[in-house]
Ligand binder design. Structure first.
Ligand code: CA
Length: 224
């Protein structure tokens, strides 16, 4: 995440840069309003921290100019309480404000809040694994069979998703244990059998997961 810090006070700028960098954020620092306006185009920041008292112009005016061409979240950084009244009284499109002196923790929380707000939700596309009846959605961690949600434990889900990712392919017991349980310890094969039995029961048929004697298991679509 890229932060554009607009601050003409060198000591404040240094401490903000230090803490934001430590938190894993990338900081570009400018010390004037015009510098901020120019940097929005070149840096393409995810959030702007805007000081009000800048040498060339008021931070509010700089924000207004930026807002004409960008929807980047802007957090106004105000030194005095009376300035705050102006911030609140003006509709300039700032997203939030902090009053100096502020804690670094508070600043980080504000940055996280405004940038989260700006994030577009990602559309979730269910992964169906080539079966029309059973929908396994990895991102939502849900399983739907014939439009009914099936409640699986976390390991049952992982096991079913692992097998269903490649229908009709036989997986060896040890490979399943290694991928789903992170172990190929012999003693856990009973655990595998117990989980297979439970999934079969929940899916209403043993045929979804078929045992291949002496080898392992495969996922097979069961036609209604
Ligand atoms: Ca200042």
């Amino acid at each position: 995440m890229k932060v554009l810090l607009v601050e003409d006070d060198v000591s404040i700028a240094q401490s903000v840069i230090a803490s934001l960098t430590t938190a894993g954020l990338e900081v570009t620092h400018v010390d004037s309003g015009q510098g901020a306006i120019d940097a929005v185009a070149t840096v393409n920041p995810d959030v702007i921290l805007m000081d009000l008292g800048l040498p060339d112009m008021d931070g509010l005016d700089a924000s207004k100019v930026i807002r004409e061409s960008s929807s980047v979240p802007i957090i106004i950084v105000s030194a005095r309480g009376d300035e705050l009244d102006r911030v609140l009284g003006l509709e300039l499109g700032a997203d939030d404000y902090v009053v100096k002196p502020f804690s670094q923790r508070e600043l980080l929380a504000r940055i996280r809040a405004v940038t989260r707000r700006g994030v577009e939700p990602t559309p979730v596309t269910p992964v169906t694994y080539g079966t029309t009846r059973l929908i396994i959605d990895e991102r939502a961690h849900s399983v739907v069979l014939d439009n009914e949600e099936i409640v699986l434990t976390a390991k049952e889900f992982d096991l079913l998703a692992f097998l269903a990712a490649e229908p009709n392919v036989v997986f060896r017991r040890n490979d399943i244990l290694e991928h789903v349980w992170d172990t190929n310890w012999f003693g856990t094969t009973k655990t595998l059998d117990a989980h297979i039995a439970s999934i079969r029961k929940k899916l209403g048929s043993p045929d979804w997961i078929q045992a291949v004697r002496g080898v392992g298991f495969k996922f097979v679509e069961v036609v209604a």
